[in-house]
Structures are given as structure tokens and as C-alpha cells.
Design a binder for this molecule. Structure first.
Ligand code: XIL
Length: 604
């Protein structure tokens, strides 16, 4: 367990035990157990304006309510690259420092846009060759992403590249005219300039998540189709794109429909992409003082709640951000005359009805469960589940904010960790750990003999839908030493030391290793769920064989791991003579089903 988790848990416990004030929960605290980032766009001192971060109410609201910020203007071309040979990182650095001081993530915005370009660049584009434009863009991406490497966790690499009159193909005239596409462009065709921008950004910071961001794609239609087809095309060429940002600048009510938005998120998610809601605001008619009616503020609150709820219902939606947070600073009145009051906090930083509505969505939307997210804890592979198999449920979407690891009491693992529970049929499963979006559980032994089992997840009083999983007699996998599902196995040498490249096992036909996995199925004596395995041997009922480096290896024991949680599989294997030194592939087979590829044992 990482120390900061312990610290946070202790602080949180102290806070929770303290006196109760009439203060609303902070949005970020309600979003943390949902594994959702709660973001707001923010500005510092761009273009010589007074630094908003020095305004106490601005800083206090931003720093306590949000877990993510995005520079509204500080990292755009015109701000950060005002002259050809001049970068101004000041405002962006201020925002990054503020975020770091307040435990917030930073979303970068943006690296390529048709708009907000500095005068020198638009002038240059009138005479430059595509090759020169490519060089300018590569240098810019390299410099900006490089400057913020490790500090900006996600970038809008490309902003608003699809035309408002797109027909849906996502290529040709569906792509908006710009200096980067065709005026003069960077010497590519179709979405090639977009692919190239993603590749340059990835090279500059391989760990940053890279997004395409656009508006009017929050419901099915021609523009959504264009973006969908374009990102699909980018993915087909191996472009390093991780997600799509849906801006969500919307009017008061009815739009987009919940079903339409759910479909859009589902379709991007099915491509393996994340979705961030990046720029939500809900504009209202306002009077000359910028005031909206009480009724409109209620309708607005319902819209915020509805959109956030749809985001929470799909695990692909991993961040929810508004374009600013206080009506004191919002682009809406300037861009939509007669409209405003679009954000969750009013111009005096008081929460509007939207804040309570967002809290309602965060606290009361049931958790999700997802068949594809339920995997063997050792291999991370899905499919059938076997009795006693240790599984990990990803994408449960609601759980303890901090990683909470079970402590067995009187030799028994709990079936509730901090309010999280997993049920197979109606039986609560023993749990190993739980954290906002992830929980690890042991399938009850009583599922043996069933064809299938229904599974649901519960957090406090909120219950997920039920999914059905096939049941198999065995579903073996070997734990990796570093818990990644592949590489060096969780293997002890004969002297009980961890097998590793530095501590290999001799291949002389005399040495036995202990291999740890799960999915071995039933045991001669059925253990009680969640118990620590009794001392002494308890064999799997099915035959177990093993190979190392492709050679048959004698199995000397296969069964429970004494003293460890029931469901953990221990297989003792005699290492055959004559293996080449180095990592050798290790496979165990239980009842004819092999463990995953890619696990190795280090041989001397
Ligand atoms: C807007 C900012 O809010 C304004 O302050 C600025 O003058 C212009 O840009 N879509 C986007 C954002 O991706 O970058 C835009 O931000 C709003 C629309």
C-alpha cells in the first residue's frame, strides 16, 4: 500500500469523525469514489490580466471543489507561442503549480486548432511551404509537450478539426479548412495532419493521454459520425490516440438527449477510447445584470445532473469538466450576447442549484458492472469463472476513494470492504481489496457444477445491474511477480526465496519451484469461502501438468496454498534438466486448460 493512501485514509477518518458543518460536500470529494476526475477550466494572468489565482475566492473554489484543471487559454498557441522564437510559459506554469499544490491533475489544451493562432503564424502560413509548416508544428508540439512532460496528464492534441457541415465521412471536405490541413497544410492528405500531430505529441511525452476534442458531437448525427469515422481511421493506422473530448457547450434544456449521449459515449468506448466531457456549460437567458431566472437555474441544474449521470453510467467516461466554474469568468456572455449564468457557481462563488444536482448524481447514481471488466486477477483475462478463482472487477465505478486492502480477521477475509460488496448469486464473495473503480473478490466455491452465475456489485446501499458469467471447472492463470499479468512469475525457489533473474533456479532436474496462481477449481476438501487454507495438503480435484521451456515438468503438488487465502493455487514443479539459462516460459494446465502465455521462470 502506498504511504499517501494511508495518510489520506487517516486524514479522511479524522475529518469524517469531526463536527458536521452545514457545508456541502466538495464536488471533487463526491467524484473521487466514482473514479471520476472533476475538472474546471481556469486562467491565471494571460495577456497581462490580473492573476485570478491570486483572487482568494477564485483560488479557494478551484482548489477545493475540483480534482483537475485545464488552462482555458494559457496553453493555446497565441498565448504560449506569441512570437516565432518566443515561448511564454508563465501563465501555464502558474496553473500547473497551482494544480500540483492542490492535488489536481492538469489537462492540456491545445496543440493544433484552426483558431487562436498568433499573428506571426497566420502571416507565415500565407507564404510558407507545407514542409516549413510541418517543421513549425513539430517544433511547437515538441517544445510545449516537452516543457510539460510528466505535469500534464492528458492533452487535447487536436481541437475542432471537423467542419460544421460535415456529412459524416470524416475525411475530405468533412475536415475544416485550416493552415494545418490545406492552407497550406503540412504536406499530408486527409486526416494525415491529425495523425502526425498525435505522433509528435506521443514522442514528446509517451505517458500523456492524447485526445481529439470537438463540439456538437454529444449526440448521434453527421458531425459525430465524422469524428467517429476519423478516430476509427486514425486507430486503424496505429495512431496514439487515447480518447475523445466532448465539449458540451449546450443550451438550457432537452439537449442532448440522455440516450443520444449514452450512445455516443458507448460508441467511442467500444473503440477502446476514453471520453472526457471537457467544456460543459449550460447557457441561460440573462437580464442586463447577468441574472437568470430562478426557474431557469433549476432547469439548468437538471441538465447538469442528467449529463453527469450519463457519464457515470459508462466507465469509458473518465472526466467531467466545466468551462470555468464561476459566472464571474465565462466566455458565454461575450460569445452569446444576452446569455450567461452558465456555470455551477455564481459570480460571488456561491453554489447554484447545479452544484447540489451534480452532487446528487455523484452520490446516487448506482454503480456499474461490466462483463468485460471482470477478469482473472492473475492474468487479467476475462471469460468463464471457476470456483475459488480470484477475480478483479474493473469498471465498478463506485467504491472507497482510497485503496483499502482487506485484513483477515480470525483467519477470515471480509465480504465487505468500506461498503463495497460483490455477490455471486446471492452469496457475498470474500474481498481482497477495493478502490473507487476496482474490487478484487474470490468466486465462492459453491458455483461448482453450475453452467453460469449471476454477479452484481453493491456500494453502500446502491446496487449495480446483474451480469451473467459462464462457470468453468478451471480457469487457471499464474500471478506475475509485478502483478502485470505477464513476465516473471510469482514463483518461489526451493529455499522459499523469490525466483528472479538475479536468483534463478538450477536446471539440474533436482530443484522444485512453487508457482502461485488461481483458477485451479475445486479441491479435495472444499474450503469455506474467504478462509485461510489449512496447514497440510489439499489437492485440486483435476489433474495438473506443467511445462517449462516447452519441456514436460513433473508436478509434485497441486492444491491450496497453506496459510494463504483459499482460492490461491499452489503448484510445485520440478524443473527439468537441460534448459537454457534465462527466462523460460512456464505453463500449468488444470483439467486440460492452460494458464496464460507470457509467464516465465528464471533458470540458471
Ligand atoms: C474560448 C475561451 O473560453 C475564451 O476565453 C477565448 O477567448 C476563446 O476560446 N471551444 C474551445 C475553447 O475549445 O478553447 C474555447 O475557449 C471555447 C470553445
Amino acid at each position: 500500500m502506498k504511504p499517501h493512501f494511508v495518510l489520506f485514509a487517516a486524514l479522511y477518518a479524522a475529518f469524517a469523525a469531526g463536527p458536521v458543518f452545514a457545508q456541502q460536500t466538495a464536488l471533487r470529494d463526491a467524484a473521487a469514489p466514482r473514479a471520476l476526475l472533476m475538472g474546471a477550466a481556469a486562467d491565471s494572468n494571460e495577456f497581462g490580466e490580473p492573476d485570478r489565482l491570486q483572487e482568494p475566492d477564485y483560488a479557494a473554489t478551484l482548489g477545493t471543489q475540483y480534482s483537475m484543471l485545464e488552462p482555458e487559454n494559457a496553453m493555446k498557441w497565441a498565448t504560449i507561442h506569441p512570437e516565432q522564437n518566443t515561448y511564454d510559459f508563465g501563465p501555464g506554469d502558474n496553473l500547473v503549480a497551482f494544480a500540483q499544490a492542490h492535488g489536481m491533475k492538469v489537462r492540456g489544451h491545445n496543440l493544433l486548432w484552426y483558431s487562436f493562432n498568433p499573428a506571426w503564424l497566420t502571416t507565415l502560413a500565407q507564404t510558407a511551404t507545407p514542409a516549413q509548416m510541418a517543421q513549425v508544428l513539430e517544433d511547437h508540439i515538441n517544445t510545449v509537450v516537452g516543457h510539460y512532460k510528466g505535469k500534464v496528464f492528458a492533452w487535447d492534441v487536436v481541437n475542432e478539426a471537423i467542419s460544421d457541415s460535415a456529412t459524416g465521412t470524416g475525411t475530405g471536405s468533412d475536415i475544416r479548412d485550416s493552415i494545418w490541413y490545406n492552407q497550406p497544410g503540412i504536406g499530408t492528405t486527409g486526416d494525415g495532419f491529425i495523425e502526425q500531430a498525435f505522433r509528435w505529441a506521443h514522442a514528446a511525452d509517451p505517458n500523456a493521454l492524447l485526445f481529439y476534442n470537438d463540439y456538437n458531437i454529444e449526440q448521434p448525427g453527421a458531425k459525430f459520425n465524422a469524428v467517429y469515422n476519423m478516430v476509427k481511421d486514425l486507430l486503424s493506422r496505429g495512431t496514439p490516440i487515447n480518447g475523445v473530448g466532448i465539449q458540451m457547450h449546450i443550451p438550457m434544456s432537452g439537449y442532448p438527449s440522455s440516450d443520444g449521449l449514452a450512445q455516443v459515449i458507448q460508441q467511442f468506448g467500444a473503440l477502446g477510447l476514453q471520453v472526457h466531457i471537457t467544456e460543459m456549460d449550460v447557457r441561460l437567458a440573462v437580464d442586463s445584470n447577468g441574472q437568470a431566472s430562478a426557474a431557469d437555474l433549476q432547469t439548468q441544474a437538471q441538465t447538469y445532473q442528467r449529463i453527469l449521470t450519463v457519464c457515470l453510467q459508462n466507465p469509458a467516461c473518465t472526466a467531467f469538466q466545466t468551462w470555468g466554474f464561476t459566472d464571474k469568468y465565462s466566455w458565454i456572455p461575450g460569445s452569446y450576447p444576452g446569455q450567461g449564468a452558465a456555470l455551477p457557481f455564481d459570480a460571488n462563488y456561491q453554489p447554484k442549484p447545479a452544484v447540489a444536482a451534480m452532487l446528487d448524481a455523484l452520490e446516487n447514481t448506482p454503480p456499474s458492472i461490466n462483463t468485460a471488466g471482470i477478469v482473472n486477477a492473475a492474468s487479467y483475462k476475462g471469460g468463464a469463472v471457476s470456483p475459488g478463482e480470484i477475480v478483479t472487477l474493473f469498471q465498478v465505478n463506485y467504491g472507497p476513494s482510497a485503496l483499502t486492502v482487506a485484513q483477515p480477521q480470525n483467519g477470515q477475509f471480509p465480504d465487505n470492504i468500506g461498503g463495497a460488496q460483490v455477490f455471486f448469486g446471492s452469496t457475498p464473495a470474500p474481498l481482497i481489496y477495493a478502490e473507487a473503480g476496482v474490487v478484487s473478490a474470490v468466486a465462492p466455491f459453491e458455483i461448482a457444477g453450475s453452467q453460469q452465475v449471476s454477479v452484481y456489485y453493491k456500494y453502500n446501499s446502491l446496487q449495480s445491474a446483474t451480469v451473467t458469467l459462464p462457470v468453468a471447472p478451471s480457469a487457471p492463470a499464474i500471478f506475475a511477480a509485478n502483478s502485470t499479468g505477464s513476465g516473471a512469475g510469482a514463483i518461489l525457489n526451493q529455499d522459499n526465496s523469490l525466483n528472479s533473474a538475479d536468483n534463478p533456479v538450477p536446471a539440474d532436474g533436482q530443484h522444485v519451484i512453487q508457482v502461485f496462481g488461481t483458477g485451479g477449481g475445486m479441491l479435495a476438501t472444499t474450503p469455506s469461502d474467504g478462509s485461510l487454507a489449512a496447514p497440510g495438503l489439499n489437492d485440486t480435484t483435476q489433474d495438473v501438468t506443467a511445462t517449462i521451456g516447452g519441456k514436460d515438468a513433473t508436478v509434485t503438488y497441486h492444491g491450496a496454498a497453506p496459510g494463504l487465502i483459499s482460492g490461491l493455487l499452489q503448484v510445485n514443479v520440478q524443473v527439468p534438466a537441460g534448459l537454457a539459462p534465462g527466462p523460460q516460459p512456464l505453463v500449468i494446465t488444470v483439467g486440460g486448460v492452460p494458464s496464460q502465455d507470457g509467464i516465465t521462470v528464471a533458470v540458471e
